[in-house]
Write a protein that binds this ligand. Sequence first.
Ligand SMILES: [Zn+2]
Length: 334
Amino acid sequence: MRAATLLAAGLSGALGCADRDAAPAPVAQTRWCDLVPRKEFQPLRQVPVRSPWFLVYAVDSGVFAITEPWQFQEVISYLIVGTERALLFDTGLGIDSMSVAVGELTTLPVSVLNSHTHYDHVGGNAEFADILARDTPYTAANSRGFPHRELAGEVGPDALCRALPAGFDSAAFHTRPWTPTGRVADGTRIELGGRTIEVLAVPGHTPDAVALLDRAAGLLWTGDSFYAAPIWLYVPETDLDAYVSSVDRMAALVPSLRMLLGAHNVAVSAPGQLLALGDAIRSVRAGRVPGVDRSGDRVEFSFSGFSLLLAKPLLSGRHGDRTKGGSGLTAWTR
Ligand SMILES: [Zn+2]
């Protein structure tokens, strides 16, 4: 996401064009739209697909990052290909057809698994027949789909850098319901043929967050638990205690990892960033680092390469109902 707070994070000179409710913009600034596609993708081989909405990059052997750089969330889904089947880790915004793009990348059977079920990661789920999911009340609630009234602002002019795909009706944008066809839990191993993917339950950002580990390749897909941008940890379903435990668990893997693959803005990050993240969240909760107030009762704490965007109620120990679902855009009620 995450353009909205880039300037405060010190990550670039940008202040997002989607920055509807943050601090006033400084005069000289780079528009967020000038930063996409981000320069971090330049070393990667781009893989052509017909849709201009997706930019696809080969990030490692049999691993494709499917990016949507023209909407401010800059969400990234991943296709992980074995010799017998493929796993699609997230299905993006649902603005253009993820299944068509995936069909251009592999002819193998594809199973979907979501890093978590916020709206920007499940948008294409309904296009797929085989969907693995966590068995949580939160996941079940979110599988019913998110209505247009919650998502309308996500496809408004301020949220976009490019025209929407031909035929896309922004006045009706919503996510369709989807039905899990299989379950995963912590420790589930998914065999793709010549490649084993392990599921790690990493609750915190949401109750149903998972990371994926390919031990043989040294790859960890972190979902929204870590990416190199402002990390959103402020919705009512966020659980900071669980988040710290999850970060610690992922950080313990660092010596065996070659790269982290995150779900927003930039695909590839150095594994050591997980150690910095653990230090960062602890410092924030201990009150050792100053934050900058943001709208909506939020506070942003900046670190090297990322920032943490928290809500004051969460910092003071409150939390919301973690069973009833949430799009990722839910505001706190007083
Ligand atoms: Zn996200």
